[in-house]
Design a protein. Structure first.
Length: 348
């Protein structure tokens, strides 16, 4: 059986057309957990859950033990359901061989689900490709990727309605830009905002006052102030990040990502390509807001200024990782250089 997408998986579950094995992997942690639980809810009769539901954490389990339970017959139910989280299957050639042997002749009465949360397999590795092929013989392989910004916004609008609140599509997209595109985190934020709205509308002001800003959103604020030459506001954001105990290397990595976004947008524009081309070519699915911010922030910067800024970021990265100089001081020095570059000021 070939790999299937999320829509096909959803249809299969709704129709009760279950396979004997599922491999759930990909970028979107919320969707992997959601569909693992959907399969459990559909297949496990709670009355006999003790006998027919077997859950394993891959960090604490041997594959032999998992497959022994997978061979058991269900009791007073149609299926024996085995759910395995974060098993490092690609790490052992022997484990892959054992799994291949099991899946060649998987029992019709067992549904085996492997899903990944804390660990993420290397989907391009030869070992994981063997795992995919093994699962395809007995069931479905589903790579659950980030949904587009529009799809996540629709989910938030619908979710707000179910929670008794009103959320516009524009405000939903604004929330994504503030809190990031992790769906589990966004739904937690939606719970909080809906409760605060008390049946009314969740406005941008509500989001500003109540939503938790992710690191990336704070870095967008930082870059916005840097390119505008607003040094005091840029340092306020940087100091907030220090107070939040964010690692300097992580802060620098996020700053670098923002400048790479701006450079891509600027290069694309100079070559006659648009926003959508950049989003598609560099896979900004679910992070379209990053390119909107980049388009805004690089409007008054030249390609030369962006190249100079990226050079300074690279030099700072080397210093952070190879010298004993105070890391906070290195980042503050970088912010000065980025502001001067944005202003077109030459420095030694």
């Amino acid at each position: 059986m070939p790999k299937i997408n999320e829509s096909e998986l959803k249809r299969e579950i709704k129709a009760g057309n279950f396979k004997n094995a599922y491999l759930l992997y990909g970028e979107e942690s919320y969707l992997k957990e959601y569909y693992a639980n959907e399969l459990k809810n559909k297949l496990v009769d709670k009355t006999f859950e003790t006998f027919n539901f077997h859950s394993f954490d891959g960090k604490d389990t041997e594959l032999d033990d998992i497959l022994k339970d997978a061979q058991m017959l269900p009791m007073m139910s149609e299926y024996n359901f085995v759910l395995v989280k974060d098993y490092p299957i690609e790490k052992s050639a022997n484990d892959i061989k054992l799994l291949e042997e099991y899946l060649k002749d998987a029992p019709d009465t067992t549904v085996l689900v492997f899903w990944f949360d804390a660990i993420e397999p290397d989907v391009k590795s030869a070992k994981f490709k063997k795992v995919i092929k093994a699962f395809e013989k007995a069931g479905d392989c589903v790579e659950l990727q980030k949904r587009s910004e529009s799809d996540v916004a629709k989910l938030l609008v619908s979710g707000a309605k179910k929670r008794g609140a009103v959320l516009s599509t524009d405000t939903a997209k604004y929330l994504i830009s503030i809190s990031g595109n992790d769906m589990k985190n966004l739904l937690n934020e939606l719970d909080k905002l809906s409760y605060y709205a008390k049946g009314g509308e969740i406005t941008k002001e509500t989001v500003d006052n109540m939503a938790t800003k992710c690191l990336q959103a704070r870095i967008y604020d930082l870059s916005k102030y840097v390119v505008a030459g607003k040094s005091s506001m840029a340092y306020d954001v940087l100091n907030t990040l220090f107070e939040m105990k964010e690692e300097p290397v992580i802060i620098l990595s996020a700053v670098s990502g923002v400048y790479v976004d701006m450079y891509r947008v600027k290069c694309a524009k100079s070559a006659g390509y648009g926003f959508d081309d950049v989003a598609k070519y560099f896979n900004y699915r679910g992070r379209e807001f990053a390119l909107r911010n980049a388009t805004r922030d690089c409007a008054n910067l030249s390609l030369e200024q962006l190249r100079t800024s990226l050079d300074e970021i690279s030099k700072t990265d080397v210093k952070l990782k190879s010298t004993a100089v105070d890391k906070k001081l290195l980042l503050e020095e970088l912010i000065i250089k980025l502001i001067l570059t944005a202003r077109g000021v030459k420095y030694a």
